[in-house]
Design a protein around this ligand. Structure first.
Ligand SMILES: NC(=O)N[C@H](N)C(=O)O
Length: 272
């Protein structure tokens, strides 16, 4: 399975603008060609590392999460990666092998591996290999519920998690879920959505959940609000609540994307 990974650099001066980037009231589209060296951030207490910050809470837009692609060079990492004690993390590795140290135990996470880190956790990140490691880091403030326990740390992978066919889709649309949707401890899902050629979302999904969608593999036409966009590996789509969305997979190889969504909680009735 392919997991697109940006490598940075800077396009030559002769490169024609593709004019694919968009920012609207309901979605942002950050195309793969935007992931150059000059739009990376360095982060406090992270060494030999850089991040493409693709999404962050913005008032009047998507408000629940931040999503980064982090690249850690050999011998890099962080002894204190997360500044917010209420933040939980979903980590998905697309290149190399990541070491996560959690409660004194070392976990080696390879390509396609997924890690869930609960809030108020002590954890660390290392790259002990001779090659760069790259991963998605999704951060969301955990919303506790009285009488429901906090989720626990776990590691798994795309390969270890059977994709579930969506109903009545003849195998054209499937979802790999790292968390059981019935598990009320969790207030966010990170899934991999897969379509075979011709497979589609057959209606304009318009819902309260926000999304980050990163195209890991394959191509599609994607509807974001009123705009049909041709998407390819490495493109990122960032959707606020109620942004209409649909798609049709166009490539012979599967069209697959990493999907964040906020779930399983009542909306707050008071505006912050
Ligand atoms: N755009 C999407 O893939 N949306 C998903 N079907 C979802 O909201 O679960």
């Amino acid at each position: 399975m392919g997991y697109h990974t940006p490598t940075g650099g800077l396009a030559p001066q002769t490169t024609p603008l593709r004019r694919r980037a968009r920012f609207s009231e309901s979605y942002a589209f950050i195309p793969a060609e935007c992931f150059s060296d000059i739009v990376t951030s360095y982060l406090p207490h992270w060494h030999k590392s850089r991040a493409w910050i693709m999404a962050r809470p913005m008032s009047g837009f998507a408000e629940t999460f931040a999503q980064y692609i982090v690249e850690v060079a050999p011998n890099g990492g962080s002894p204190a990666p997360e500044p917010d004690p209420n933040a939980q993390a979903g980590i998905f590795v697309t290149q190399g092998t990541l070491t996560i140290i959690y409660s004194g135990q070392r976990h080696q996470i390879g390509v396609g591996g997924y890690v869930y880190i609960p809030p108020e956790a002590q954890w660390q990140v290392e790259n002990t290999t001779t090659m760069p490691v790259t991963f998605h880091w999704i951060r969301k403030r955990y919303l506790p519920v009285s009488g429901i326990a906090k989720p626990e740390f776990f590691t798994t992978s795309d390969a270890q998690t059977p994709a579930q066919d969506m109903p009545d889709c003849a195998g054209l649309w499937a979802t790999t879920r790292f968390v059981d949707p019935d598990d009320m401890r969790h207030d966010m899902h990170v899934n991999i959505v897969s379509f075979q050629q011709g497979g589609c979302i057959p209606f304009e999904e318009t819902h309260v959940m926000e999304h980050g969608l990163y195209v890991l593999q394959g191509r599609a036409r994607y509807l974001l609000n009123q705009d049909w966009i041709d998407v390819e590996p490495g493109d990122f789509m960032w959707l606020r609540a109620f942004c209409p969305q649909a798609c049709v997979a166009t490539s012979t190889e599967p069209f697959r994307y990493l999907l964040y969504k906020d779930v399983n909680r009542h909306p707050a009735l008071a505006l912050a």
